[in-house]
Design a protein around this ligand. Structure first.
Ligand code: PLP
Length: 400
């Protein structure tokens, strides 16, 4: 008698998880699979954060908390926004949820009516269109091709806005491309938003702290303070603090929207784990010195992988400004044969051949609205990455 709801029927399962599952199965069969599919740092949560969680447990901070976060965490988030982003959010303008993903979902479910459109650049993070569909909305992606560094232009944004557009979701640095928008590029997009007073902006700043070289992270509300009341600034501790399993995300935004998100949580998840909240207090108030070494490791891995990609005929990838992903365009491989003679009609075929023939797992661009291409996560150890690079070159060299 089980029948999926109509809302769920419109939703695709996570393609990232499908690749991970296939890689797991091959590994169980004894194949030495190198997985470049992960969406999380390979580093551990820093000790001072773990210690704060242990202390919270020992102090009995193990009960329900206020639905959208303990005051101490909201204070730490407000201080973070002030210190790092020049944004001033009062505690009533801050929401904490069990991860960045629920923060985004809560905001969408609290605001979308059937037929409302939500814009985002493609390639996009896999969950945006599916969450929009679950909430009854219409996902509308704006192509951000490799030629413009996987970024959209103000003209494209202007052309995509309709009377039904409710949100622009804006993710910089981006998952899956690592593309980061400069302050000037954000200002130019804000100029378009300004002309559409009913449009709101949801920034996804999850990769704020994983940036390279002289790229400077900026967020929308900081660049366009006049749009404060129409901006939801979302972020979380998952990536910067290597806390993906702790499940803490947060946002700053207009009080009415934050209250609506609280109402959603009050009838669904309730508060995020009390222990994780206290760990997040320590994370946000503590030193971030550990990031210097970690980002240096990510940078070294990024550059090595880019060099390996450059050594593969038919693959191209711009240099990402942040996150721990490279998005490689594989248009030239489409229609050709893999080293073992499989026809590659789509990037899904490419990724399957790469996994079956060279035991390297990457995620097809189809999952991100970015075909033909694939996402490589370099959040894994150097030894595995060196091997993966060699396998990739071997694959590329034998395509016919
Ligand atoms: N936003 C982006 C762009 C992400 O890549 C992720 C995680 O993969 C999230 C949000 C969600 O983070 P969390 O694990 O805190 O839910």
């Amino acid at each position: 008698v089980f029948k999926q709801s109509d809302a769920l029927s419109r939703v695709q399962p996570s393609a990232t998880l499908a690749v991970t599952q296939k890689a797991r199965e091959l590994r169980a069969m004894g194949v030495d699979v190198i997985s470049l599919g992960a969406g999380e740092p390979d580093f551990d949560t820093p000790d001072h954060i773990k210690q704060a969680a242990i202390e919270a447990i020992n102090a009995g901070k193990t009960k329900y908390t206020p639905v959208d976060g303990v005051p101490e965490l909201k204070d730490a988030i407000a201080a973070k926004f002030r210190r790092e982003n020049n944004l001033s959010y009062a505690p009533g303008e801050i929401s904490v949820a069990p991860g960045g993903k629920p923060i985004i979902y809560n905001a969408l479910v609290a605001t979308l009516n059937p037929g409302d459109e939500v814009l985002f650049p493609a390639p996009y993070w896999v969950s945006y269109p599916e969450m929009v569909r679950l909430c009854g909305g219409e996902p509308r992606s704006i192509p951000a091709p490799i030629e413009t560094g996987f970024k959209i232009t103000p003209d494209q944004l202007a052309a995509a806005i309709t009377p039904a557009t409710k949100w622009l979701i804006f993710n910089s640095p981006s998952n899956p491309t690592g593309a980061g928008y400069t302050r000037d590029e954000i200002a130019a997009l804000a100029e378009v938003i300004r002309k559409h007073p009913r449009l709101m902006v949801m920034t996804d700043d999850m990769y704020e702290h994983i940036v390279y070289g002289d790229f400077v992270f900026s967020t929308f509300a900081e660049v366009a303070p006049d749009l404060y009341d129409r901006t939801l600034t979302t972020n979380g501790v998952s990536k910067a603090f290597a806390m993906t399993g702790w499940r803490i995300g947060y946002a700053g935004g207009p009080e009415k929207l934050i209250a609506a998100m609280r109402k959603v949580m009050s009838q669904t998840t309730s508060n995020p784990s009390s222990i994780s909240q206290w760990a997040a207090v320590a994370a946000l108030n503590g030193s971030m010195d550990f990031l210097t070494d970690r980002n240096a490791a990510f940078l070294r891995r990024r550059d090595r992988m880019l060099a390996d990609i450059a050594g593969c005929e038919g693959l191209t990838a711009p240099t990402p400004e942040g996150a721990f992903y490279i998005f490689a365009d594989c248009s030239d491989w489409i229609g050709k044969r893999s080293p073992k003679g499989q026809t590659m009609e789509t990037d899904i075929d490419v990724c399957n051949a790469l996994l079956e023939e060279e035991a390297v797992a990457v995620v097809p661009g189809a999952a991100f609205g970015g075909s033909p291409g694939f996402r490589i996560s370099y959040a894994t150890n150097d030894e595995a990455l060196i091997k993966a690079g060699q396998r990739l070159k071997n694959f590329a060299a034998n395509i016919s």
